[in-house]
Design a protein around this ligand. Structure first.
Ligand code: GLN
Length: 217
């Protein structure tokens, strides 16, 4: 049965740099309303946020330039669910050697950037992910980071065959090294939509007047 529009949460995708368009499509395919987040006004409207892959140094700089770093940190501390993929996962981590700007630093874990080498060392792998039903998920790794250690309260959701951690969750924060928005399998997006639904009761979700808020679709 389709979900009534008023019962859908509004999920933002940080759209400063990186592959945000693919996330918007995948979120909508998973049943959410989704908008690009570029300004404080956008950020204030959303019930959850995806930080896409791209270049973590660039996204960190743009968050500072557009005065979004502190407001985003505050919303996360207030309980907004956030999912970081690849560069987005790097930005969530509290410890990131080699990042020339401070990350958002809200998820207690250490991350090694470009852990598999350059772009030409990109690869795909089938992953068993805790919380996903069915077959392993085909995961695309592009200059991907690895989660080298996790702190208190961080649950490891997936590892490569060699044991390296590539997905983790800490309460309302989700981090994946790979790019689920680049494959037609939307189970990770559905998982995040479920996290947002659980965190934000229907009556508290962003209202139906999407156009007034600059909603994309
Ligand atoms: N290597 C990039 C970084 O450090 C991340 C790559 C990606 O998001 N696909 O930001």
């Amino acid at each position: 049965m389709p979900v009534a529009r008023s019962e859908q949460r509004l999920i933002g995708v940080l759209a400063l740099q990186g592959d945000f368009a693919e996330h918007l499509d995948a979120l909508r395919a998973a049943g959410a309303r989704a908008i690009e987040v570029r300004t404080l006004a956008h950020l204030e409207q959303v019930d959850g946020l995806v930080i896409p892959g791209g270049e973590s140094t660039t996204i960190a700089r743009l968050l500072l330039i557009f005065d979004l770093m502190e407001p985003l940190r505050r919303r996360i501390e207030d309980g907004m669910p956030v999912w970081g993929t690849c560069a987005g996962a790097i930005l969530l981590a509290t410890d990131v050697p080699g990042l020339d700007r401070p990350p958002i630093a809200v998820m207690p874990m250490s991350v090694e950037r470009n852990a598999f080498g350059p772009q030409t060392a990109s690869f795909e792998a089938d992953l068993d992910i805790a919380g996903l039903e069915g077959a392993p998920l085909r995961a695309v790794f592009i200059r991907a980071p690895v989660i080298t250690s996790v702190g208190d309260g961080v649950e490891v959701l997936a590892r490569l065959e060699d044991g390296r951690i590539v997905a983790a969750r800490s309460g309302r924060l989700l981090a994946t090294s790979f790019h689920p928005e680049l494959t037609p399998d939307h189970r990770m997006h559905a998982l995040f939509v479920g996290m947002v639904r659980q965190a934000v009761p229907a009556q508290a979700a962003a209202s139906d007047d999407g156009r007034a808020r600059g909603e994309v679709a």
